[in-house]
Design a protein around this ligand. Structure first.
Ligand code: HEC
Length: 177
């Protein structure tokens, strides 16, 4: 937090320092109260929430400049390829998106409006859609090749090495067909 008058404080530097210290102590106190009352997400969920604080406004700015950003997601979930193609189509319509922003918007859309058939998707698609490592995605493909199609989430979480907590975050994107 930056106070407008902090730069040209008319009092002695020491006094200013004390005033600023008190002000920041005050705001830290407020944050602590908030943290104590809300249940903070942990681990991967917390990391994702932090990322989302950047991804969401980016998506809203890029995909909300011609139509409402809600129109981008009203049609429902799409696969990683589906979203990539949609973004390219919007670029063809004139959406001014840098390559970095394209990647951020893609990540946001896949994370919150993604769709993946875990019985047919290739490993690279599984990795992107479920936000898991290439190693875990390969293990998934190996497992279904050896044991037949996955029938539900519980079965999917049995793939050796898979972190069920990370997988759970993408559960709504998963279909078994
Ligand atoms: C340059 C203007 C522009 C921007 C920026 C833009 N769109 Fe669009 N979008 C359009 C137009 C025009 C249509 C209507 C085209 C149609 O439905 O035939 C549309 C329609 C859509 C649709 C419905 C049609 C479909 O493909 O199902 C989706 C979804 C969509 N936009 C997603 C996005 C996303 C995601 C972004 C951000 C990457 C975005 N749009 C940014 C111009 C834009």
């Amino acid at each position: 937090m930056k106070h407008r008058w902090a730069g040209n404080c008319a009092l002695g530097a020491a006094v200013c320092g004390v005033v600023l210290a008190l002000l920041s102590a005050g705001s830290v106190g407020v944050q602590n109260v908030r943290a104590a009352t809300a249940v903070p997400p942990e681990g991967v969920a917390a990391e994702r929430a932090k990322e989302d604080a950047i991804l969401k406004p980016k998506f809203e700015a890029v995909c909300g400049s011609c139509h409402d950003s809600g129109q981008a997601t009203n049609g429902g979930r799409r696969t990683v390829t589906g979203w990539r193609e949609t973004i390219e189509q919007m670029v063809a319509f004139g959406a001014p998106v840098s390559p970095e922003d394209k990647a951020l918007v893609q990540k946001y859309l896949v994370r919150h409006y993604g769709l993946v058939n875990v019985n047919t998707a290739p490993a690279n698609e599984l990795a992107e859609a479920l936000e898991i490592s290439a190693t875990d995605a390969d293990a998934m493909v190996k497992f279904r090749t050896a044991n037949g199609p996955f029938s539900d989430f519980t079965e999917l979480s049995k793939v050796p090495g898979i972190d069920a907590t990370t997988l759970k975050l993408a559960e709504d994107s998963i279909i078994f067909k």
